[in-house]
Design a protein around this ligand. Structure first.
Ligand code: ZN
Length: 299
């Protein structure tokens, strides 16, 4: 009996240690990053503005903290999406065991700027995706992935996916070595608690990778929004579009539009923390699954 009790106590400690280890995302940091980027100080992060420059400086500071490494000695990809406008994609890498094959994670950091004194804060669109990517960089910096992961923070999405388009056409790594793009754009709220995974219509094999038990997440995952003529087709609605055009498989995670979409009311206080944390954890779990099972699943 004594032995059994000792065993149970030790077993309890082991379980607790395992549970501690399973904390993958620092949620207070996750919320803080959304709050910072969507604060008035960043003036809506419109491409080519002072607010955008502030956002870039903030992101580069966070890159150092989460251990992102430059690609070909640079964190920046400058381009001009329109005459007279200077834009900057920011990116960094976590090298995998297989160094020369890549998963590209995207989230646009630009938004709509301000109108007179009204700031388009863009908390859901898309500080939410940006903060999630930073949390994943932090995780993979501590837990080396199998494939190399490029974290691409896209500029000029709101004026026609210009940053993603420029990246795909001027990729710092061999385009043929990009396995997959996973795009996060608007992932922090939905009144029906539904997250969409868009893209499996175009790449049916990707469905093989959706094997996670969903019961533990506080939302419903749905496929769709990727066919012409069926509800809304999101195939070219965000930064995954240019990857798809270049025949690079993609999954886009996002929610349906809400009343605050592209309004000055898309603010941090509207973030559904339980939903957002759950979605962020799920996408990381999905990424881990993809990283581990790509070879055997995607064929
Ligand atoms: Zn967006």
């Amino acid at each position: 009996m004594k032995k059994l009790i000792v065993f149970l106590v030790i077993f309890g400690f082991v379980l607790e240690a395992m549970a501690q280890n399973q904390i993958k995302i620092n949620k207070s940091q996750l919320f803080k990053d959304v709050q910072t980027l969507s604060s008035d100080e960043y003036e809506g992060r419109q491409v080519g503005t002072e607010g955008s420059k502030k956002a870039q400086a903030f992101l580069l500071g966070r890159f150092k903290e989460v251990g992102l490494k430059p690609i070909n000695n640079s964190y920046e990809q400058k381009f001009s999406p329109k005459s007279g406008i200077n834009a900057t994609n920011l990116y960094g890498m976590i090298e995998g065991k297989v160094k020369d094959k890549y998963i590209v994670l995207t989230a646009h950091y630009d938004h709509l700027g301000k109108k007179d004194n009204d700031v388009y804060n863009g908390a859901d669109d898309n500080a939410s995706g940006v903060a999630a990517l930073l949390s994943y960089a932090d995780y993979f910096n501590r837990n080396k992935p199998n494939y190399s992961i490029i974290f691409l923070f896209v500029d000029a999405e709101e004026i026609g996916l210009k940053g993603a388009d420029f990246f795909v056409k001027n990729s710092p790594v061999d385009k043929a070595s990009i396995l997959l793009n996973i795009n996060c754009d608007m992932i922090s709220r939905n009144e029906n608690k539904v997250l969409y995974a868009c893209g499996t219509f175009h790449y049916p094999l990707l469905k093989n990778l959706f094997t996670l038990e969903m019961r533990k997440y506080p939302f419903t995952l749905r496929f769709g929004h990727d066919q012409v003529g069926k509800n809304e087709d999101w195939t070219y609605s965000s930064d995954h579009g240019p990857f798809h055009k270049a025949k690079i498989p993609f999954i886009y995670f996002g929610v349906e539009d809400h009343a605050d979409y592209h309004q000055t009311t898309d603010t941090f206080d509207k973030v559904d923390k339980i939903f957002y944390e759950g979605v962020s954890n799920f996408i990381l779990d999905f990424l881990l699954h993809v990283d581990k099972n790509w070879e055997k699943s995607y064929k």
